[in-house]
Design a protein around this ligand. Sequence first.
Ligand code: FAQ
Length: 313
Amino acid sequence: MTETLEHHFDETIAHERRIEPRDWVPDGYRKTMIRQIAQHAHSEIIGMQPEGNWITRAPSLRRKAILLAKVQDEAGHGMYLYSAAETLGADRAELTEMLISGRQKYSSIFNYPTLTFADVGVIGWLVDGAAICNQVPLCRSSYGPYARAMVRICKEESFHQRQGYELLMTMMRGTQAQRDMVQDATNRFWWPSLMMFGPPDASSPNTAQSMAWGIKRHTNDELRQRFVDMSVPQADKLGVSLPDPELRWNAERGHYDFGAVDWDEFTQVVKGNGPCNVQRVAHRRKAHEDGAWVREAAMAHATKAKQPAELER
Ligand code: FAQ
């Protein structure tokens, strides 16, 4: 029996067809998929904090409305992703518990502070830019609910990236102080954005198996290179420099060469020792605890709403 199921799974992957919730999958596939989707969902939810920090201090009503909409979109992305994880048998409450107890990861990038309003623009440009670069290929991921969620998420992330770039363009046309803010934010977010793609291929334990299962379509280093190639002309057009003296076009490779990422910093941030890890998780835990009454009220309402139908039986 298991052999037939395994054969069906292998054939589905080999023919680039989608795995759906009712299909049999090997334990490793389910575990990897839940891990990746949960980490992604947690990133969207924790990712609301750095920009959310600026909603009350946005410089105009227009910028406030845009930022509110963007942060709300991230919440929506988290919700689709938790739903996708649930189709694999994961429990949303347990996933949240794993996040706030530090047992599950979220993207390293959200452990850096947002010091000025230019950071909002740079997050849109570089962080959403890196997210799109990583997530467009995931629209072809082998797990149906994840791939479909990714289509909508990528459309919204494209809007996010454009709003960030437009904000930076506006600031670059402003005063020297505003241009300096954009340059400073770019300097702080460039390297952490490169870290978003994960460790180098040689030290990525999951990539080979995830590629074989069609969960990931490109390696971490391939996507990082694609992001660098995409960002250099955008930085030129904006009029900012990227903080990497080794960045130069390599005609032979047809790509930009770039300097070494500080992987020790990455490891420290992932381990919980980044500048804002403690604050981010504490804030998420408090929001979860403060929201307990909403969950209880919704459950009580659902129970009450079921009662008349049950009484009729
Ligand atoms: N941060 O073997 P690999 C967003 C972990 S975008 C923290 O290479 P894998 C949008 C990894 O989980 C950000 N941990 O792992 C937004 C693994 O952990 P393990 C979220 C990281 O999975 C924008 C270990 O290191 N996007 O939120 C990171 O094959 C603006 C070994 O790594 C996604 O999650 C990291 N940067 O590849 C929101 C995309 N990198 O095994 C608000 C989907 C790696 O110890 C504002 N995910 N780790 O449990 C993926 O594509 C993959 O999971 C990778 C990692 C590429 C992130």
